[in-house]
Design a protein around this ligand. Structure first.
Ligand SMILES: C[S@@+](CC[C@H](N)C(=O)[O-])C[C@H]1O[C@@H](n2cnc3c(N)ncnc32)[C@H](O)[C@@H]1O
Length: 266
């Protein structure tokens, strides 16, 4: 997952497979979230809804709502839930920053890398906080600094063919500074903010060609390739393929990554 668009969506209509990429982080999030059978869960920036469905599967006497600004992601989340026959889950296409959630309704807020794309983070977390019951927890994963992410540096360097332009401060890395996170959540009315480093490899595909295809779905790739002529594009793609091949293992293409697991109390 690289620098996404304004709302964290892939550049094209294709859907990036976050479930595959983030499979190790899912385990870490699950352990930290600790859903209870009676929980009413809000999943922020739910994407294709794996985290929402999983929460709903544990909250058997409760329910889960996933919200995402992307209609493509929400449609996919609904399709997958219907196919898996998860009945206590719902998805809404909504901007969590401003969506009129019912007040003090949810007993748990969760997000797997879906909280970094708000135009106004304090407004967004205040809005989410209003929807949570007093005393309830918000548990989310965000990326650490882009310079610490092997997937970012390798892909950007390969596509740029040298030093790439700086990674934008907004977007995927907007919550990479713990002091910023603490300040935003405190200003939004949360307490007991706890920020823990977690490091897990991220998966890009079963082989280098599949990994190249995955990377090319991302906005970062289209931005770095924009303006290149046909020969330059071919060279950039060759470098990208080599980079993917250098990270290929018997279990597919993997890169190192570093995240923050953030918990806070409403
Ligand atoms: C990096 S993806 C993660 C998706 C999902 N949580 C997962 O782990 O598979 C970030 C998601 O946040 C969504 N998003 C970005 N800004 C949002 C907002 N303001 N409200 C709701 N969803 C948002 C994007 O559309 C995207 O699906």
């Amino acid at each position: 997952m690289v620098d996404q668009g304004k709302r964290g969506e892939p550049a094209s209509g294709s859907v990036f497979d976050y479930d595959a990429e983030l499979r190790h982080y899912q385990r870490r999030l699950r352990e930290a979230v600790d859903v209870r059978p009676g929980d009413t869960v809000l999943d922020i920036g739910c994407g294709a809804g794996q985290t929402t469905r999983e929460a709903a599967g544990i909250a058997i006497r409760g329910s889960a709502l996933g919200v995402d600004t992307s209609p493509v992601m929400v449609a996919r989340a609904r399709r997958l839930s219907a196919a898996e026959e998860v009945h206590n889950v719902r998805f809404e296409q909504a901007d969590a920053q401003v969506h009129p959630f019912p007040a003090q309704h949810f007993s748990l807020g969760i997000s797997r890398f879906g909280t970094m794309f708000f135009a106004d983070p304090v407004e967004a977390f205040t809005n989410v906080g209003r929807a949570l019951l007093p005393g309830s927890r918000l548990v989310h994963l965000v990326w650490q600094d882009s310079g610490r992410q092997e997937w970012v540096t390798s892909i950007r360097r390969a596509l740029a063919g040298g030093d790439p332009p700086p990674v934008p401060a907004a977007g995927a890395f907007s919550l990479s500074e713990p002091t910023t996170v603490d300040g935003v959540l405190t200003a939004a009315g949360f307490a007991d903010v706890n920020i823990t480093a977690v490091s897990e490899p991220v998966y890009y595909g079963a082989n280098p060609d599949a990994a190249v295809d995955a990377v090319l779905v991302l906005r970062m790739a289209s931005e770095l390739l924009a303006g290149l002529d046909a020969d330059e594009t071919e060279r950039a793609l060759d470098r990208l393929r080599s980079s993917m091949a250098a990270h290929n293992t018997t279990d597919g293409v993997w890169f190192d990554s570093h995240a923050w697991l953030i918990t806070a109390r409403r």
